[in-house]
Ligand binder design. Structure first.
Ligand code: ADP
Length: 164
């Protein structure tokens, strides 16, 4: 039986931190399902379709990674997929409390559910989707923090002043 895990998130947008976690996750699991959360209440910068496409493009063809989306409780999505392990990243102590609550809530909802945490590398521990959005919105350089296709997507959302 291949060992599979779901890697859920908002991916608004995909960052090099996410990519690094996917690469690390593939050392532990045979396959990953990158599951983009469809939560319009969060008013994402990129549409669900844009987020999915950017992930697919950045990953290239990789038969071990599937890109999917979900708009239900994560445990219900996991049950539907028959995959009971979820991969999450830990950046800093500040992630811990929320992730600890989430993991326990999910286990309460489904006792078969397990969360596996991988720590980010020192290169990306400060990279979050919301910080990347904020830096890009003020015209800051996000090269090196996100893959090139995401940087291009951010430039389309926040065109440089003067139309350059
Ligand atoms: P964010 O908007 O905070 O970047 P997501 O909801 O897209 O978050 O994150 C999905 C998962 O990826 C979470 O488990 C998060 O901790 C993890 N993650 C996000 N950025 C990084 C990073 N730079 N390094 C490691 N894990 C990360």
């Amino acid at each position: 039986m291949p060992r599979l895990a779901i890697y859920p998130g908002s991916f608004d947008p995909l960052t090099n931190g996410h990519l690094s976690l996917i690469q690390r996750g593939l050392k532990v699991f045979d396959g990953l399902v990158v599951a983009v959360a469809n939560n319009p209440a969060k008013k994402p910068l990129f549409t669900l379709e844009e987020r999915r496409e950017m992930i697919l493009e950045a990953l290239g063809r990789n038969p071990r990674v599937e890109v999917d989306s979900f708009d239900t409780l994560l445990v219900d999505y996991a049950k539907r997929r028959g995959i009971h392990t979820v991969l999450r990243g830990l950046r800093a102590v500040s992630d811990f409390e929320y992730e600890f609550q989430l993991a326990n809530m999910n286990r309460k909802l489904d006792p078969a559910f397990e969360s596996v945490f991988i720590m980010t590398g020192e290169d990306y521990f400060f990279v979050t989707g919301s910080l990347v959005r904020e830096v890009a919105s003020f015209g800051g350089d996000v090269a090196g923090l996100v893959p090139p296709n995401v940087a291009a997507g951010l430039r389309r959302k926040f065109p440089p002043a003067g139309g350059r």
